[in-house]
Design a protein around this ligand. Structure first.
Ligand code: ASP
Length: 299
């Protein structure tokens, strides 16, 4: 009996070592649960470049599985093989969706291994360039005057843009028609085209458009003004009259439940390594985001 146990322990140790030695043995896919071109996609593509350095330079592919506020993509990863070759890069929706959806295609706490946080991202309130308002006070006047006709774009139930939009509507006490997209990438395309009026979206998606003058920017959602040059002039919603308005979102990395511990450790080390990359930090800061200093709550 004792011998059998020793043999079993040796086999398990050898299997774990083998998993570590061989991982990754094919391209790693990061599922982004939103459309391409949006804020989470931008973070993921930037992050993939640095993550691969910690994964023997293996190719890291982005797969966009947008829809239903990020829950479809998360559901896909929950059912993927737990071998570390399919990862999920998701945001605050991971925590808020269980409270917003009657049923989800996954169990938030049971179906994933949590690898760590990546960044924190503030949001901005922006509008189409043809809006007659040029600052927050003028925006509120325009909203008041156009009650019942305002279209507010978002990335679906539970997405950051949806939550921010709801909080904003509640704070200014004006109901708007919410227009859901598979991500704020396509929502931004419609905002640029003037098909929708306003949107609350992450700075990783809005900074470039604000800088280029393609959208009107009214405020940031943090209680402190931001330091990123293109965003520094924007007032906070808090100082603009919505006292206490404070919203920042985070992104984290997950792998399906049951991924071998050795693979999780390797992924966590690659994640920590990526978070220290000066170029990654610089690029994220240029988009208003803050890279976390360590992989919090990591194994
Ligand atoms: N993260 C979403 C996206 O990448 C947007 C959102 O959550 O509002 O499109």
């Amino acid at each position: 009996m004792k011998r059998t146990l020793i043999a079993l322990a040796a086999t398990l140790a050898a299997t774990a070592a083998l998993a570590q030695a061989q991982y990754p043995d094919k391209p790693v896919t990061i599922v982004v649960p939103f459309a391409a071109g949006g804020p989470t996609d931008k973070v993921a593509r930037d992050f993939a470049e640095v993550l691969r350095k910690g994964l023997n330079n293996q190719t890291v592919i982005i797969e966009n599985v947008g829809g239903a506020g990020g829950t479809l993509g998360a559901g896909k990863v929950a059912k993927a093989a737990p071998d570390g070759h399919t990862l999920l890069l998701h945001h605050i929706g991971m925590a808020t969706s269980p409270g917003l959806y009657r049923s989800l295609p996954y169990k938030t706490l049971d179906d994933f291994e949590y690898l760590g946080m990546i960044n924190e991202v503030p949001m901005t309130l922006i509008g189409r360039s043809t809006l007659p308002a040029n600052n927050y006070a003028e925006l509120v006047k325009w909203l008041e005057a156009n009650k019942g006709k305002i279209n507010l774009a978002n990335a679906g139930l539970g997405a950051a843009s949806h939550l921010c939009g709801l909080l904003f509507q509640q704070s200014v006490k004006i109901d708007m028609t919410t227009v859901p997209y598979k991500g704020t990438g396509p929502a931004m395309t419609d905002l640029l085209g003037g098909q929708v009026d306003i949107m609350c979206d992450q700075t990783t998606n809005t900074t470039g458009q604000i800088e280029a003058g393609k959208v009107k920017a009214f405020a940031v959602t943090t209680t402190k003004r931001l330091t990123t040059p293109a965003l520094a002039k924007l007032p906070t919603l808090d100082e603009s009259g919505l006292k206490g308005f404070n919203l920042t979102i985070w992104h984290g990395l997950y792998t399906p439940k049951g991924t071998p511990k050795a693979v999780q450790d390797q992924l966590n080390a690659a994640l920590r390594n990526a978070l220290k990359d000066p170029e990654f930090i610089k690029r994220q800061e240029g988009l208003g985001a803050v890279v976390v200093t360590d992989a919090r709550l990591a194994p």
